[in-house]
Write a protein that binds this ligand. Structure first.
Ligand SMILES: [Zn+2]
Length: 257
């Protein structure tokens, strides 16, 4: 089976001593590509270094709403610099979060819209974190030019109804280890029913630990996530991995020949 981890953070502190081992293990387990997402201006350099070292790593650069206060006055210049160096890079992790942060809402939304504008200008995919902010997400989309790269809702946690609305707007839905828990019925329902051409899988390593997993999450956990989503959709694991792998190649414009 071939896997494509569409959202992880291999630059995280927790991988400081074993990133190479973790990446090699994941490659042995079938992970062909990793989208390594930066979260704040301070980790973009580490993301870039990983992408220079591993051809399997597609970098993404962006400011996550939790870290909106940690940016310099030159953040836009720095963001462009990294995006220009890597023409395959995505914009992310960016987003809106009403659940975990009390950061200034107007600033949060404006930072998100500015990053969407850059993604539209450079025709890049975007990896979006959205927690309890669906209405604002839709209004933010309307404030930026239309995105021409793939719009990916990472670790999707919205309802099936919201997925229907976003599907019509062209979004993709990426499911993480959160889907492995029986009690996450809303997430499971969306993972079961979103259209097959819009589904992606990710680990969000080292976060979102799948059920029964020890310690922090590694990209090899995508096997378990694939297994759970396959069973929810009544497919075998290979059929499932094929669908999501092809979708991810399309989203990140990877030529896998
Ligand atoms: Zn993340």
């Amino acid at each position: 089976m071939q896997f494509f981890d569409t959202h992880c953070h291999l630059q995280d502190e927790r991988f400081k001593n074993d990133a190479d081992t973790v990446i090699r293990q994941a490659i042995d387990d079938g992970v062909e590509y990793f989208v390594c997402c930066g979260s704040s201006e301070s980790d973009w350099g580490d993301v870039a270094n990983l992408a220079r070292s591993w051809k399997q790593i597609i970098p993404a650069f962006g400011i996550h709403p939790w870290y909106q206060k940690c940016r310099s006055t030159k953040w836009q210049e720095h963001l462009r610099f990294h995006l220009y160096e890597f023409p395959e890079a995505a914009v992310g992790e960016i987003g809106l979060d009403h659940h975990h942060t009390s950061n200034d809402w107007n600033e949060q939304k404006s930072l998100f819209v500015q990053q969407l504008q850059l993604a539209a200008e450079l025709n890049r995919p975007v990896s979006i974190h959205c927690l309890k902010a669906w209405g604002d997400l839709i209004s933010a989309f309307s404030m930026a030019p239309e995105l021409t790269g793939a719009t990916i809702l990472h670790s999707f946690s919205g309802s099936l109804e919201m997925a229907g609305v976003l599907e019509k707007m062209g979004c993709y839905f990426s499911f993480s280890g959160a889907v492995t828990y029986d009690n996450h019925t809303k997430i499971r329902k969306a993972a079961q029913l979103v259209r097959p051409e819009r589904i992606l899988l990710e680990t969000d390593s080292p976060d979102i630990v799948p059920m029964g997993y020890n310690g922090y999450t590694r990209p090899s956990a995508i096997q378990q996530i694939n297994k759970v989503v396959a069973s929810l959709r009544g497919l075998n694991e290979l059929e499932m991995s094929d669908i999501v792998f092809k979708n991810a190649l399309r989203c990140f414009k990877v030529d896998n020949e």
